[in-house]
Design a binder for this molecule. Structure first.
Ligand SMILES: Nc1ncnc2c1ncn2[C@@H]1O[C@H](COP(=O)(O)OP(=O)(O)OP(=O)(O)O)[C@@H](O)[C@H]1O
Ligand SMILES: [Mg+2]
Length: 350
């Protein structure tokens, strides 16, 4: 049998070629990697020993599919998810496709198997399932409270005085806000994950964005002297989506207030042809060992009632601009979030 070995070498999927008797003839590098072995250790051995597979019902896959002595009209086996049933890879899931190469007399000449590691797909499936259960959980607690208070008010309206009713309605109102906010965040998350953020780039005024985020907080009741906004140097023209930048700065300032303490300082400065923005506070800060985790979905510390999506969205929005974000320690000991934006290009030269 002559096989052009090099053609298989560059394939990203694992390929095993097996002769009509079931003896392995060729293993490409991707297959050797998936099977955690070398071609030399496998060539010449029986496929059923090299790759013992079972289906979801734990049935021996080679007995079921009978590639070597089954129907002579069969020419392929569509993709199946199978499990390795013995050896060092036991329990590993593989996606397996096969084609049965037959001569004019329909006699089997060889079987070509394509193997794909299912781990990446398993990981996304798992993270999707986690997302659904976390979301359900996050939605349930405010909705339970909305339902509880409205049901109580409806059933026992006359038994409460105005002050009590007002208190309950305030809680209902705040919980409804929480649900709306969570849903808005989730929509952002799903756009970020799907790579479908719509960017409307224009020349933006970063110091003004910082002042706006602060002004919003002051209007919401924070004392004005908790904030310092500084511009350090001369900024180049920056092209970005102003709403998304407002969202990023707003989120970081909100976190500094909610999770930090003391004065919140926002510094805007030129950096590497673009700009950097620092948001610092004087709270406990974030220990280096959790620094990488704060940007993941649903990660949150034990204080506060947030959902842990804020920084994931910040990262997604900044990266969609070609920028980056990181967390470190401020000189005062608190958290220091820093994001960098490239100058960006006007949409017509992009
Ligand atoms: N300035 C800060 N100082 C200390 N800890 C912080 C700071 N900013 C964020 N954190 C920690 O990082 C966690 C994740 O922040 P993130 O903004 O993603 O979520 P959140 O604020 O808890 O919820 P939300 O989705 O409402 O923003 C926070 O729960 C908090 O523990
Ligand atoms: Mg937050």
């Amino acid at each position: 049998m002559s096989l052009d070995k090099t053609a298989y070498d560059d394939l990203p999927d694992g390929v095993l070629v097996v002769d009509a008797a079931g003896s392995v003839q060729l293993v490409n590098p991707a297959a050797a990697r998936i099977l955690a072995t070398s071609a030399d250790a496998v060539v010449g051995r029986d496929l059923r020993a090299v790759l013992p597979l079972v289906d979801e019902q734990n049935r021996d896959w080679w007995e079921c599919s009978r590639p070597f002595d089954g129907l002579d009209t069969r020419t392929r086996q569509p993709e199946r998810r199978l499990q390795v049933s013995a050896g060092p890879l036991q329990g590993r899931e593989l996606l397996v496709t096969a084609s049965y190469v037959r001569g004019a007399d329909r006699r089997l000449q060889r079987v070509v198997l394509v193997l794909r590691d299912n781990r990446a797909r398993e990981r996304t499936d798992r993270s999707r399932a986690d997302l659904v259960s976390t979301v359900a959980h996050e939605l349930r607690s405010p909705l339970t409270s909305v339902k509880g208070f409205t049901a109580t008010l409806l059933a026992k309206w006359d038994r409460f005085n105005d002050e009590q009713k007002q208190l309950m309605l305030q809680t209902v109102n705040a919980d409804a806000d929480r649900v709306t906010r969570l849903l808005t965040e989730l929509l952002d998350v799903s756009r970020i994950d799907a790579g479908r953020l719509e960017m409307r780039k224009q020349v933006i005024d970063l110091p003004a964005a910082a002042r706006k985020a602060v002004a919003g907080r002051v209007a919401g009741g924070e004392p004005e002297d908790r904030f310092v906004v500084r511009l350090d140097g001369e900024l180049p023209e920056i092209w970005a989506d102003p709403d998304k930048i407002d969202q990023v700065v707003g989120n970081l300032v909100e976190n500094a207030l909610r999770h930090g303490e003391g004065t919140v300082t926002v510094t805007v400065a030129p950096y590497d042809g673009g700009a950097e923005v620092l948001v610092e506070d004087e709270g406990e800060g974030i220990p280096p060992e959790t620094a990488a985790r704060v940007f993941t979905r649903f990660w949150r510390g034990n204080r506060g009632r947030g959902t842990g999506l804020g920084l994931y969205i910040v990262k997604g929005l900044v990266e969609a601009h070609g920028g980056s974000v990181e967390v470190g320690r401020a000189a005062s000991g608190g958290a220091r979030f820093r994001f960098v934006l490239p100058a960006g290009a006007a949409p017509y030269d992009a």
